[in-house]
Write a protein that binds this ligand. Structure first.
Ligand SMILES: [Zn+2]
Length: 85
């Protein structure tokens, strides 16, 4: 392959990568924006239990401690709380 051929191939790859990155970027932005709109002013994930509805508390049990899963006090075990912080 001659030098001009390599140059054209290089440019073609560069354009391809740029288009791909731009597509990925737009996709991520779109997702982030949609998520933002969906959660704002409605319900947001509970920060205390990270949306699981359960928190792990460590109970002393004789010589050691045992992990106990119990309903989150902040969101009453739903994993979601109302409104923005
Ligand atoms: Zn919670």
């Amino acid at each position: 392959m001659n030098k001009i051929g390599q140059l054209i191939l290089g440019i073609a790859i560069l354009i391809g990568i740029t288009a791909f990155v731009r597509h990925q970027y737009n996709y991520v932005i779109q997702k982030a924006t949609a998520k933002h709109v969906a959660t704002w002013g409605q319900q947001r994930k509970c920060l205390l239990c990270n949306g699981t509805g359960h928190v792990t508390s460590w109970r002393s049990h004789g010589p050691g401690v045992t992990p106990m899963s119990e309903a989150c006090q902040s969101c009453n075990g739903t994993g979601w709380v109302d409104g923005p912080p």
